[in-house]
Design a protein around this ligand. Sequence first.
Ligand code: ZN
Length: 484
Amino acid sequence: MKLFIAALGTETNTFSPIPTGRAAFLEDLYVETGASRTSDHWFAGPLKVWRTMGEAAGYAVVESLAAFAPPGGPTRQDVWVDLRDRVLADLRAAGPVDMVLFDLHGAMVAEEQDDCEGELVAAAREIVGKGVTVGVELDLHCHLSERIVAASDVLLTYKEYPHIDVDDRARDLFRLCDDARAGRIRPTIAVADCRMLAVWRTPNQPTRGFVDRMSAAEGRDGILSLSLAHGFPWADLPDVGAKVVAVTDGDPDLARATAEALARELWEMREATTDRLLTLDEAVQVALDPPAGVTVLADVSDNAGAGAASDSTFLLRALVEAGATRCAIGSFWDPVAVRLCREAGLGARLALRIGGKTGPMSGDPVDLAVRVIGIQADAVQTYGNGKQPMGDCVMVEAGGLHIVLNALRTQVFQPSAFEQFGVSLTDYATVFVKSAQHFNAGFAPRADRILHVAVTGSANPDFAALVLPRAGRPLWPIVADPFA
Ligand SMILES: [Zn+2]
Protein backbone atom coordinates (compact mmCIF):
# COMPACT_ATOMS: atom_id res chain seq x y z
CA MET A 1 0.00 0.00 0.00
CA LYS A 2 1.19 3.48 -0.83
CA LEU A 3 0.34 6.76 0.95
CA PHE A 4 1.10 10.17 -0.61
CA ILE A 5 1.36 13.20 1.71
CA ALA A 6 1.97 16.93 1.18
CA ALA A 7 1.57 20.19 3.08
CA LEU A 8 1.00 23.59 1.47
CA GLY A 9 -0.50 26.71 2.92
CA THR A 10 -0.76 30.37 3.56
CA GLU A 11 -3.73 32.51 4.62
CA THR A 12 -4.52 35.31 2.20
CA ASN A 13 -5.92 38.64 3.38
CA THR A 14 -7.02 40.30 0.14
CA PHE A 15 -6.75 43.69 1.92
CA SER A 16 -3.16 43.14 3.10
CA PRO A 17 -0.38 45.36 1.75
CA ILE A 18 2.15 42.49 2.09
CA PRO A 19 2.99 40.72 -1.20
CA THR A 20 3.49 36.95 -0.86
CA GLY A 21 6.34 35.78 -3.06
CA ARG A 22 8.86 32.97 -2.89
CA ALA A 23 10.85 34.41 0.03
CA ALA A 24 7.78 34.27 2.27
CA PHE A 25 7.80 30.47 1.92
CA LEU A 26 11.59 30.03 1.96
CA GLU A 27 11.93 32.00 5.20
CA ASP A 28 9.10 30.18 6.96
CA LEU A 29 8.67 26.56 5.79
CA TYR A 30 9.90 25.16 2.52
CA VAL A 31 11.09 21.54 2.37
CA GLU A 32 10.78 19.73 -0.96
CA THR A 33 10.60 16.30 0.65
CA GLY A 34 11.14 14.77 4.09
CA ALA A 35 9.87 17.59 6.31
CA SER A 36 8.26 14.91 8.50
CA ARG A 37 11.77 13.89 9.52
CA THR A 38 13.61 17.21 9.47
CA SER A 39 11.28 20.12 10.27
CA ASP A 40 9.94 21.24 13.64
CA HIS A 41 7.60 23.78 12.00
CA TRP A 42 4.06 23.42 13.37
CA PHE A 43 2.55 23.17 9.88
CA ALA A 44 4.66 20.06 9.20
CA GLY A 45 3.10 18.35 12.25
CA PRO A 46 0.45 16.46 10.24
CA LEU A 47 3.13 15.05 7.94
CA LYS A 48 4.88 13.57 10.99
CA VAL A 49 1.60 12.11 12.22
CA TRP A 50 0.78 10.59 8.83
CA ARG A 51 4.26 9.13 8.35
CA THR A 52 4.17 7.51 11.80
CA MET A 53 0.62 6.18 11.47
CA GLY A 54 1.10 5.23 7.82
CA GLU A 55 4.25 3.22 8.42
CA ALA A 56 2.68 1.51 11.44
CA ALA A 57 -0.29 0.50 9.25
CA GLY A 58 1.98 -0.91 6.52
CA TYR A 59 1.94 1.93 4.00
CA ALA A 60 4.96 2.97 1.98
CA VAL A 61 4.92 6.75 2.51
CA VAL A 62 5.73 9.05 -0.41
CA GLU A 63 6.30 12.55 0.93
CA SER A 64 6.09 15.64 -1.25
CA LEU A 65 6.43 19.33 -0.49
CA ALA A 66 5.95 21.03 2.88
CA ALA A 67 5.57 24.78 2.38
CA PHE A 68 3.98 27.54 4.44
CA ALA A 69 4.13 31.34 4.21
CA PRO A 70 3.00 33.76 6.91
CA PRO A 71 -0.46 35.20 6.20
CA GLY A 72 -0.30 38.14 3.80
CA GLY A 73 -1.63 39.39 0.50
CA PRO A 74 -2.31 37.18 -2.54
CA THR A 75 0.48 34.79 -3.54
CA ARG A 76 2.26 35.63 -6.77
CA GLN A 77 0.80 33.55 -9.58
CA ASP A 78 4.15 32.17 -10.73
CA VAL A 79 4.99 31.11 -7.16
CA TRP A 80 1.63 29.38 -6.73
CA VAL A 81 1.93 27.59 -10.09
CA ASP A 82 5.39 26.33 -9.15
CA LEU A 83 4.26 25.06 -5.72
CA ARG A 84 1.13 23.43 -7.16
CA ASP A 85 2.96 21.78 -10.03
CA ARG A 86 5.70 20.49 -7.75
CA VAL A 87 3.15 18.60 -5.64
CA LEU A 88 1.27 17.30 -8.68
CA ALA A 89 4.50 16.19 -10.38
CA ASP A 90 5.47 14.28 -7.23
CA LEU A 91 2.03 12.64 -7.18
CA ARG A 92 2.37 11.54 -10.82
CA ALA A 93 5.90 10.29 -10.18
CA ALA A 94 4.67 8.24 -7.21
CA GLY A 95 2.73 5.98 -9.59
CA PRO A 96 -0.42 4.25 -8.32
CA VAL A 97 -1.18 5.22 -4.71
CA ASP A 98 -3.87 3.98 -2.30
CA MET A 99 -4.39 7.12 -0.28
CA VAL A 100 -3.59 10.84 -0.54
CA LEU A 101 -3.54 13.12 2.53
CA PHE A 102 -3.22 16.89 2.22
CA ASP A 103 -2.34 19.32 5.02
CA LEU A 104 -3.61 22.65 3.59
CA HIS A 105 -4.79 25.99 4.89
CA GLY A 106 -7.89 26.58 2.82
CA ALA A 107 -7.68 30.37 2.51
CA MET A 108 -4.81 30.62 0.04
CA VAL A 109 -5.44 32.98 -2.87
CA ALA A 110 -3.09 33.57 -5.79
CA GLU A 111 -3.15 36.53 -8.15
CA GLU A 112 -5.19 34.57 -10.69
CA GLN A 113 -6.67 31.84 -8.49
CA ASP A 114 -9.28 32.47 -5.77
CA ASP A 115 -9.26 28.87 -4.59
CA CYS A 116 -5.72 27.49 -4.59
CA GLU A 117 -6.48 24.48 -2.41
CA GLY A 118 -9.57 23.57 -4.44
CA GLU A 119 -7.53 23.70 -7.61
CA LEU A 120 -4.80 21.52 -6.07
CA VAL A 121 -7.08 18.83 -4.65
CA ALA A 122 -9.23 18.68 -7.81
CA ALA A 123 -6.08 18.25 -9.92
CA ALA A 124 -4.84 15.52 -7.55
CA ARG A 125 -8.20 13.74 -7.85
CA GLU A 126 -7.86 13.94 -11.62
CA ILE A 127 -4.48 12.21 -11.38
CA VAL A 128 -5.39 9.41 -8.93
CA GLY A 129 -8.94 8.75 -10.18
CA LYS A 130 -12.16 8.00 -8.31
CA GLY A 131 -11.15 4.84 -6.46
CA VAL A 132 -8.30 6.34 -4.39
CA THR A 133 -9.07 7.85 -0.98
CA VAL A 134 -8.28 11.58 -0.77
CA GLY A 135 -8.34 13.28 2.64
CA VAL A 136 -7.87 16.97 3.44
CA GLU A 137 -7.09 18.71 6.73
CA LEU A 138 -7.70 22.48 6.71
CA ASP A 139 -7.18 25.36 9.10
CA LEU A 140 -10.58 26.36 10.47
CA HIS A 141 -9.99 29.80 8.89
CA CYS A 142 -10.72 28.38 5.44
CA HIS A 143 -13.21 29.28 2.70
CA LEU A 144 -14.30 25.78 1.74
CA SER A 145 -15.23 25.85 -1.94
CA GLU A 146 -17.60 23.32 -3.48
CA ARG A 147 -14.68 22.19 -5.63
CA ILE A 148 -12.48 21.10 -2.72
CA VAL A 149 -15.38 19.30 -1.03
CA ALA A 150 -16.30 17.47 -4.24
CA ALA A 151 -12.71 16.32 -4.77
CA SER A 152 -12.28 15.00 -1.18
CA ASP A 153 -13.48 11.75 0.40
CA VAL A 154 -12.95 13.12 3.90
CA LEU A 155 -12.44 16.79 4.75
CA LEU A 156 -12.10 18.24 8.22
CA THR A 157 -10.75 21.36 9.92
CA TYR A 158 -9.03 22.12 13.19
CA LYS A 159 -11.58 22.51 15.98
CA GLU A 160 -9.60 24.78 18.29
CA TYR A 161 -8.69 28.48 18.07
CA PRO A 162 -5.86 28.79 19.22
CA HIS A 163 -4.99 25.89 16.92
CA ILE A 164 -3.73 23.47 19.56
CA ASP A 165 -5.25 20.42 17.83
CA VAL A 166 -3.48 20.41 14.45
CA ASP A 167 -1.88 17.00 15.09
CA ASP A 168 -5.02 15.55 16.73
CA ARG A 169 -7.08 16.37 13.65
CA ALA A 170 -4.34 14.82 11.49
CA ARG A 171 -4.81 11.59 13.47
CA ASP A 172 -8.60 11.76 12.96
CA LEU A 173 -8.11 12.24 9.23
CA PHE A 174 -5.70 9.32 8.93
CA ARG A 175 -8.06 6.94 10.77
CA LEU A 176 -11.10 7.96 8.72
CA CYS A 177 -9.26 7.79 5.41
CA ASP A 178 -7.64 4.44 6.27
CA ASP A 179 -11.10 3.09 7.16
CA ALA A 180 -12.50 4.45 3.89
CA ARG A 181 -9.64 2.98 1.88
CA ALA A 182 -10.24 -0.41 3.50
CA GLY A 183 -14.00 -0.21 2.79
CA ARG A 184 -14.95 -0.13 6.48
CA ILE A 185 -16.80 3.19 6.00
CA ARG A 186 -18.23 5.14 3.04
CA PRO A 187 -17.79 8.82 3.92
CA THR A 188 -20.18 11.39 2.52
CA ILE A 189 -19.74 15.14 3.11
CA ALA A 190 -22.31 17.92 3.49
CA VAL A 191 -21.65 21.63 4.05
CA ALA A 192 -24.01 24.22 5.54
CA ASP A 193 -23.34 27.88 4.76
CA CYS A 194 -23.74 29.91 7.98
CA ARG A 195 -23.57 33.25 6.13
CA MET A 196 -21.64 34.70 9.07
CA LEU A 197 -18.41 36.68 9.42
CA ALA A 198 -17.06 36.36 12.94
CA VAL A 199 -14.28 35.23 15.22
CA TRP A 200 -15.05 32.34 17.56
CA ARG A 201 -12.69 31.98 20.52
CA THR A 202 -12.99 28.29 21.33
CA PRO A 203 -11.75 28.40 24.96
CA ASN A 204 -14.67 30.77 25.76
CA GLN A 205 -18.31 29.83 26.28
CA PRO A 206 -20.63 29.33 24.54
CA THR A 207 -18.23 28.39 21.72
CA ARG A 208 -16.49 25.87 24.02
CA GLY A 209 -19.74 23.96 24.47
CA PHE A 210 -20.44 24.01 20.73
CA VAL A 211 -17.02 22.48 19.99
CA ASP A 212 -17.44 19.90 22.75
CA ARG A 213 -20.86 18.88 21.39
CA MET A 214 -19.34 18.41 17.92
CA SER A 215 -16.58 16.22 19.35
CA ALA A 216 -19.02 14.17 21.44
CA ALA A 217 -21.25 13.47 18.44
CA GLU A 218 -18.41 12.03 16.35
CA GLY A 219 -18.10 8.27 16.07
CA ARG A 220 -21.74 7.53 16.90
CA ASP A 221 -25.00 7.13 14.99
CA GLY A 222 -23.30 7.30 11.61
CA ILE A 223 -21.55 10.63 12.20
CA LEU A 224 -17.87 10.35 11.36
CA SER A 225 -16.59 13.93 11.66
CA LEU A 226 -17.91 17.43 12.33
CA SER A 227 -16.09 20.71 11.72
CA LEU A 228 -16.90 24.36 12.13
CA ALA A 229 -14.97 26.17 9.41
CA HIS A 230 -14.87 29.64 10.99
CA GLY A 231 -13.92 31.16 7.64
CA PHE A 232 -11.49 34.01 7.08
CA PRO A 233 -13.42 37.30 6.87
CA TRP A 234 -10.70 39.53 5.32
CA ALA A 235 -11.06 38.08 1.84
CA ASP A 236 -13.33 39.45 -0.86
CA LEU A 237 -14.20 36.11 -2.45
CA PRO A 238 -17.32 34.12 -3.33
CA ASP A 239 -16.60 31.46 -0.69
CA VAL A 240 -15.96 33.81 2.25
CA GLY A 241 -17.86 33.08 5.48
CA ALA A 242 -18.34 30.41 8.13
CA LYS A 243 -19.52 26.91 7.19
CA VAL A 244 -20.28 23.67 9.01
CA VAL A 245 -18.93 20.41 7.58
CA ALA A 246 -20.52 17.08 8.46
CA VAL A 247 -19.09 13.75 7.30
CA THR A 248 -21.34 10.72 7.76
CA ASP A 249 -21.07 7.04 6.91
CA GLY A 250 -22.97 6.74 3.65
CA ASP A 251 -25.89 8.92 4.75
CA PRO A 252 -26.08 12.20 2.79
CA ASP A 253 -29.41 13.19 4.38
CA LEU A 254 -27.99 12.82 7.89
CA ALA A 255 -24.90 14.81 6.84
CA ARG A 256 -27.03 17.64 5.49
CA ALA A 257 -29.41 17.72 8.45
CA THR A 258 -26.56 17.62 10.97
CA ALA A 259 -24.61 20.41 9.25
CA GLU A 260 -27.73 22.59 9.02
CA ALA A 261 -28.69 22.01 12.66
CA LEU A 262 -25.22 23.05 13.82
CA ALA A 263 -25.30 26.12 11.56
CA ARG A 264 -28.62 27.14 13.16
CA GLU A 265 -27.14 26.60 16.62
CA LEU A 266 -24.21 28.85 15.72
CA TRP A 267 -26.58 31.52 14.44
CA GLU A 268 -28.55 31.48 17.69
CA MET A 269 -25.30 32.01 19.64
CA ARG A 270 -24.22 35.01 17.59
CA GLU A 271 -24.74 37.73 20.20
CA ALA A 272 -23.08 35.72 22.96
CA THR A 273 -20.02 34.98 20.80
CA THR A 274 -19.48 38.57 19.67
CA ASP A 275 -16.37 40.16 21.19
CA ARG A 276 -16.38 43.21 23.41
CA LEU A 277 -13.55 45.23 21.83
CA LEU A 278 -11.87 48.21 23.49
CA THR A 279 -11.21 51.41 21.58
CA LEU A 280 -7.71 52.84 21.44
CA ASP A 281 -8.57 55.40 24.15
CA GLU A 282 -10.02 52.74 26.42
CA ALA A 283 -6.91 50.58 25.98
CA VAL A 284 -4.59 53.46 26.87
CA GLN A 285 -6.75 54.16 29.91
CA VAL A 286 -6.21 50.57 31.08
CA ALA A 287 -2.44 51.07 30.77
CA LEU A 288 -2.56 54.40 32.65
CA ASP A 289 -4.69 53.07 35.48
CA PRO A 290 -3.95 49.34 35.48
CA PRO A 291 -5.98 46.90 37.56
CA ALA A 292 -4.05 44.56 39.86
CA GLY A 293 -1.98 41.80 38.28
CA VAL A 294 -1.06 41.45 34.63
CA THR A 295 -3.45 42.63 31.95
CA VAL A 296 -2.86 41.40 28.40
CA LEU A 297 -4.35 43.51 25.61
CA ALA A 298 -4.45 42.04 22.12
CA ASP A 299 -3.99 44.43 19.20
CA VAL A 300 -6.12 42.23 16.95
CA SER A 301 -6.19 44.69 14.02
CA ASP A 302 -2.43 44.31 13.44
CA ASN A 303 -2.31 40.52 13.76
CA ALA A 304 0.33 39.15 11.37
CA GLY A 305 -1.56 35.86 11.67
CA ALA A 306 -4.38 37.41 9.67
CA GLY A 307 -2.10 39.04 7.10
CA ALA A 308 -1.59 42.39 8.81
CA ALA A 309 1.82 44.05 8.74
CA SER A 310 2.53 43.82 12.47
CA ASP A 311 4.23 47.21 12.38
CA SER A 312 1.31 49.49 13.22
CA THR A 313 2.07 52.27 15.67
CA PHE A 314 -1.36 53.58 16.70
CA LEU A 315 -1.18 52.02 20.16
CA LEU A 316 2.55 52.66 20.63
CA ARG A 317 2.19 56.34 19.80
CA ALA A 318 -0.79 56.74 22.13
CA LEU A 319 1.05 54.99 24.98
CA VAL A 320 4.15 57.16 24.50
CA GLU A 321 2.12 60.36 24.35
CA ALA A 322 0.13 59.36 27.45
CA GLY A 323 3.31 58.54 29.37
CA ALA A 324 2.27 54.95 30.16
CA THR A 325 4.70 52.93 32.29
CA ARG A 326 5.21 49.28 33.28
CA CYS A 327 4.09 48.31 29.77
CA ALA A 328 5.49 45.87 27.24
CA ILE A 329 4.42 45.93 23.61
CA GLY A 330 5.31 43.77 20.63
CA SER A 331 6.24 42.41 18.37
CA PHE A 332 6.92 45.02 15.70
CA TRP A 333 8.00 43.63 12.35
CA ASP A 334 10.82 46.04 11.62
CA PRO A 335 13.95 44.39 10.18
CA VAL A 336 15.64 47.76 9.69
CA ALA A 337 15.21 48.82 13.31
CA VAL A 338 16.36 45.35 14.46
CA ARG A 339 19.46 45.70 12.34
CA LEU A 340 20.26 49.14 13.78
CA CYS A 341 19.87 47.86 17.34
CA ARG A 342 22.06 44.82 16.71
CA GLU A 343 24.76 47.00 15.21
CA ALA A 344 24.55 49.47 18.09
CA GLY A 345 24.87 46.57 20.53
CA LEU A 346 23.49 45.56 23.91
CA GLY A 347 23.21 48.53 26.26
CA ALA A 348 23.54 51.08 23.47
CA ARG A 349 21.41 54.20 23.44
CA LEU A 350 20.21 55.42 20.06
CA ALA A 351 17.50 57.33 18.24
CA LEU A 352 15.27 54.65 16.74
CA ARG A 353 12.46 55.00 14.20
CA ILE A 354 9.94 52.23 14.90
CA GLY A 355 7.22 50.70 12.71
CA GLY A 356 4.72 52.46 10.48
CA LYS A 357 6.56 51.45 7.32
CA THR A 358 4.21 49.16 5.45
CA GLY A 359 1.33 51.44 4.52
CA PRO A 360 -1.43 53.70 5.75
CA MET A 361 -2.92 50.93 7.91
CA SER A 362 0.35 50.86 9.88
CA GLY A 363 0.21 54.54 10.88
CA ASP A 364 3.34 56.71 10.93
CA PRO A 365 6.73 55.66 12.31
CA VAL A 366 7.42 56.58 15.93
CA ASP A 367 10.78 58.17 16.74
CA LEU A 368 12.07 57.35 20.20
CA ALA A 369 15.28 57.62 22.20
CA VAL A 370 15.81 53.99 23.22
CA ARG A 371 18.25 51.76 25.04
CA VAL A 372 18.87 48.26 23.67
CA ILE A 373 18.18 45.86 26.56
CA GLY A 374 18.08 42.54 24.72
CA ILE A 375 19.28 40.92 21.50
CA GLN A 376 18.38 37.42 20.27
CA ALA A 377 19.56 35.96 16.98
CA ASP A 378 17.17 33.61 15.12
CA ALA A 379 14.48 33.63 17.81
CA VAL A 380 11.65 31.06 17.67
CA GLN A 381 8.33 30.68 19.47
CA THR A 382 6.55 27.42 20.15
CA TYR A 383 3.18 27.02 18.50
CA GLY A 384 1.18 23.88 19.26
CA ASN A 385 3.58 20.95 18.96
CA GLY A 386 5.91 22.86 16.65
CA LYS A 387 7.89 26.02 16.16
CA GLN A 388 7.45 29.36 14.41
CA PRO A 389 10.52 31.47 13.52
CA MET A 390 10.73 35.16 14.55
CA GLY A 391 14.10 35.98 13.00
CA ASP A 392 16.50 38.24 14.82
CA CYS A 393 14.77 39.96 17.68
CA VAL A 394 15.55 42.87 20.02
CA MET A 395 14.00 44.50 23.07
CA VAL A 396 14.40 48.23 23.62
CA GLU A 397 13.44 50.45 26.53
CA ALA A 398 11.92 53.89 26.10
CA GLY A 399 10.53 55.67 29.15
CA GLY A 400 8.32 53.15 30.89
CA LEU A 401 7.90 50.96 27.83
CA HIS A 402 9.65 47.76 26.77
CA ILE A 403 9.27 47.25 23.03
CA VAL A 404 10.00 44.02 21.12
CA LEU A 405 10.94 44.17 17.44
CA ASN A 406 11.66 41.26 15.13
CA ALA A 407 12.92 40.60 11.62
CA LEU A 408 10.54 37.87 10.33
CA ARG A 409 6.90 38.91 10.31
CA THR A 410 4.92 36.81 12.78
CA GLN A 411 2.42 37.32 15.58
CA VAL A 412 3.09 36.88 19.30
CA PHE A 413 2.32 33.26 20.21
CA GLN A 414 3.97 32.91 23.61
CA PRO A 415 5.21 34.94 26.60
CA SER A 416 8.68 33.87 25.40
CA ALA A 417 8.43 36.63 22.77
CA PHE A 418 9.09 38.96 25.75
CA GLU A 419 10.67 36.65 28.32
CA GLN A 420 13.48 35.52 25.99
CA PHE A 421 15.10 38.81 27.04
CA GLY A 422 15.27 37.86 30.72
CA VAL A 423 12.18 39.79 31.79
CA SER A 424 9.02 38.26 33.27
CA LEU A 425 5.39 38.95 32.38
CA THR A 426 4.89 39.83 36.04
CA ASP A 427 7.33 42.75 35.63
CA TYR A 428 4.54 44.53 33.76
CA ALA A 429 1.10 45.84 34.57
CA THR A 430 0.05 45.79 30.93
CA VAL A 431 1.32 43.73 27.99
CA PHE A 432 0.20 44.61 24.47
CA VAL A 433 0.49 41.72 21.99
CA LYS A 434 0.03 41.89 18.24
CA SER A 435 -2.14 38.80 17.85
CA ALA A 436 -5.86 37.97 17.72
CA GLN A 437 -6.17 34.69 19.60
CA HIS A 438 -3.18 32.32 19.24
CA PHE A 439 -1.41 34.15 22.07
CA ASN A 440 -4.19 32.94 24.34
CA ALA A 441 -2.76 29.42 24.73
CA GLY A 442 0.45 30.69 26.33
CA PHE A 443 -0.75 33.89 28.01
CA ALA A 444 -4.15 32.91 29.48
CA PRO A 445 -2.68 30.67 32.21
CA ARG A 446 -0.43 33.55 33.36
CA ALA A 447 -2.52 36.67 32.79
CA ASP A 448 -5.03 38.06 35.26
CA ARG A 449 -7.23 39.27 32.42
CA ILE A 450 -7.22 39.35 28.64
CA LEU A 451 -8.78 42.19 26.66
CA HIS A 452 -9.03 42.87 22.94
CA VAL A 453 -8.47 46.22 21.25
CA ALA A 454 -9.64 47.31 17.80
CA VAL A 455 -7.78 50.10 16.00
CA THR A 456 -7.11 50.85 12.31
CA GLY A 457 -5.49 47.88 10.56
CA SER A 458 -5.79 45.34 7.76
CA ALA A 459 -7.23 42.80 10.22
CA ASN A 460 -9.68 45.22 11.85
CA PRO A 461 -12.42 43.11 13.45
CA ASP A 462 -15.30 45.44 12.57
CA PHE A 463 -16.90 42.85 10.27
CA ALA A 464 -20.01 44.96 9.68
CA ALA A 465 -17.77 47.49 7.92
CA LEU A 466 -16.05 44.98 5.63
CA VAL A 467 -16.62 45.64 1.93
CA LEU A 468 -17.02 42.26 0.20
CA PRO A 469 -18.73 42.81 -3.16
CA ARG A 470 -17.62 39.39 -4.42
CA ALA A 471 -19.18 37.46 -1.51
CA GLY A 472 -22.23 36.89 -3.71
CA ARG A 473 -24.75 36.60 -0.85
CA PRO A 474 -25.73 38.54 2.25
CA LEU A 475 -23.50 38.00 5.29
CA TRP A 476 -24.02 38.81 8.97
CA PRO A 477 -23.14 41.28 10.49
CA ILE A 478 -22.98 43.32 7.27
CA VAL A 479 -26.73 42.65 7.20
CA ALA A 480 -28.83 41.83 10.27
CA ASP A 481 -30.44 38.71 8.81
CA PRO A 482 -28.62 37.11 5.87
CA PHE A 483 -31.43 34.59 5.31
CA ALA A 484 -34.25 37.16 5.13
ZN1 ZN B 1 -6.24 29.72 11.52
